[in-house]
Design a protein around this ligand. Structure first.
Ligand SMILES: Nc1ncnc2c1ncn2[C@@H]1O[C@H](COP(=O)(O)OP(=O)(O)OP(=O)(O)O)[C@@H](O)[C@H]1O
Ligand SMILES: [Mg+2]
Length: 54
């Protein structure tokens, strides 16, 4: 397992935008995050990168 994200919630101040997201990435796997504008794709990646705190 290269990446194991479990049950993250993310809020900007008191406004929650991510609920209970989990992502597993194994060796030699490619995983895409799909969703409409504003659904939270960048927030999830920024959280994993520690640019946004959980
Ligand atoms: N810095 C921020 N402060 C407050 N709210 C934010 C901030 N960044 C994003 N949001 C809000 O969080 C929610 C998710 O936004 P995010 O940018 O993660 O979505 P996205 O899926 O990457 O959208 P897009 O497809 O437009 O890139 C939206 O409601 C957005 O308005
Ligand atoms: Mg984005």
């Amino acid at each position: 397992m290269l990446l194991d994200i479990k049950n993250i919630d993310v809020l900007y101040d008191d406004f929650q935008v991510i609920w209970d997201v989990s992502i597993n990435v194994n060796k030699a796997e490619m995983v895409a995050i799909l969703g409409p504008n504003g659904s939270g794709k960048s927030t999830v990646l920024n959280t994993i990168s520690n640019l946004v705190s959980t």
